[in-house]
Ligand binder design. Sequence first.
Ligand code: HEM
Length: 503
Amino acid sequence: MDAAIFSLIAAIGGWCVLRWMRTKPSFNRPVPRVEFDDGDNSRVRYARESEKLIAKGYHDYLRKGQAFSMRNVVDDRRPLVFLPRKYLDEVKNAPENELSFPKFMENLSILRHAGGPLITDELCHATRTDLNRALPRLTQQMYEGCLTGCREFIPECPDWTSIMPYPLLLQIFNRIGQRVLVGPELARNQEWLDLTQNYTTSLLQGTNTVRAKYTPSLRWLAKYFERDVKVVYKERQRAAALLEPVLKSRLAARAGKQKQTDQHEDAIEWLIDDYHRKGRKVTAQEIAQDQLGLTLAAIHNTAATVLSTLYDLIDHPASLEDIRTEIRQTMEEHCGKFTRAALQSLRHLDSFMIESLRMHSMPQVTVQRLALIPKTFHDGFHIPAGMQVMFANRPLNHDPDVYPDPERFDPKRFYDDRDSGGNNKQHHFATVSDDSVTFGSGFHACPGRFFAQDVIKLLLASLLIRYDFKFAEEGQKRPVDMTDNLVVYPNATVPILIKELSF
Ligand code: HEM
């Protein structure tokens, strides 16, 4: 009996040591930890001021080719490891079983424990392949969606009228986005629209609660006790219930060979295709998970990018006029319609959007990966399994070695480059390169960026040719951005003035 207890204790002890060894960071070179100097390194401080620390780490270490680490408020056992650019190629090309983006996301947002959708292969495939192929055919439909959205959500404003722009932009973008993602059956269903619009906020609330109240090993309990997490699960169930009849009818149409599939060009159809290609039956629960995953990836960050660009346009009235003229000319040339080619010819707008995104990029960090096994880089630098690695995006966009005079907003910074450089591809809004990682890099680079680019242009075109905008106060400038952990948002709490243009 004693021997059995002794063996059990020894086994548990051995398991603890092994676990400790797996989780204990063991870099083979110093990876300095960057913290606030005044000793206040609280969770709240990180949520609000992480930008300062990342900028400090970028300046003190990354620019010199050395990695640094920072507190990980999601899991204190594993700090966030920021890598210098010399490792970008190896990270972006690393296979999934070495450095994983989906696993990173799952860990960072505690998706599994907060009821959030996982990033599935099917949802990535639908975006990367099918959505991007369909985009040229969807341009005019999306433009009409923008016009209808503007008419429906923006109040009549023959004189200067105060509006809160973000909720309006969000509603318009969600309407257009859902037409492409979920298709015609639910794109005008108010319950679906409310659910998808609110889902990101519910999930954020759920993950914040789980983070704040539960240590990593007890997070699985949250779904039984936490109201915020129960709400997320309930919304997911409701999404599946709304999708069930749509899925049934689409599958029935396929079975009856009514050729109805030809009529649909949306993510439901692409997802069904992908599940079937893999020989799998698809359920409403799975489609709901993928639809909510797409909603999460697409809706808020694109609407916030429109808001951010609009703020910059108000701050630069001469550029706004140039862009308005460019849009009008393009529309005349294309008989009032929008094609992909017409969108691509909006070069002033494109250059302005890239500059706005450079100055105010929302993700502070991108190309984020979880090391599933230990990884050794070309120069011998070694990171242990379990580390979360990433690249600092915002400081790169403000690095004077990459962008001369980086704090100056230059609306034509990328327009001129396109003329002189000969390599037009280098400077389109959706382009990713080693100098521009706002949309990530490598295989996992945001597959929705072309869709985001097109809708942002269409929405701005619809707004600028119909309305004038200004800030409420004389001499007022763009409000200061707001930080929430690793994301920086345009401040959406400020009203602006809008007025219909007279022709
Ligand atoms: C301005 C808006 C957007 C920004 C700034 C943005 C940014 C990003 C970033 C930084 C990543 C991670 C890339 C990496 O780590 O290498 C990503 C991934 C992703 N994005 Fe976007 N995104 C935007 C809009 C969209 C839209 C509109 C969609 C869908 C229609 C979308 C779908 C996705 C998906 C599915 C992934 C995961 C890709 C994968 O795992 O392979 N995004 N996005």
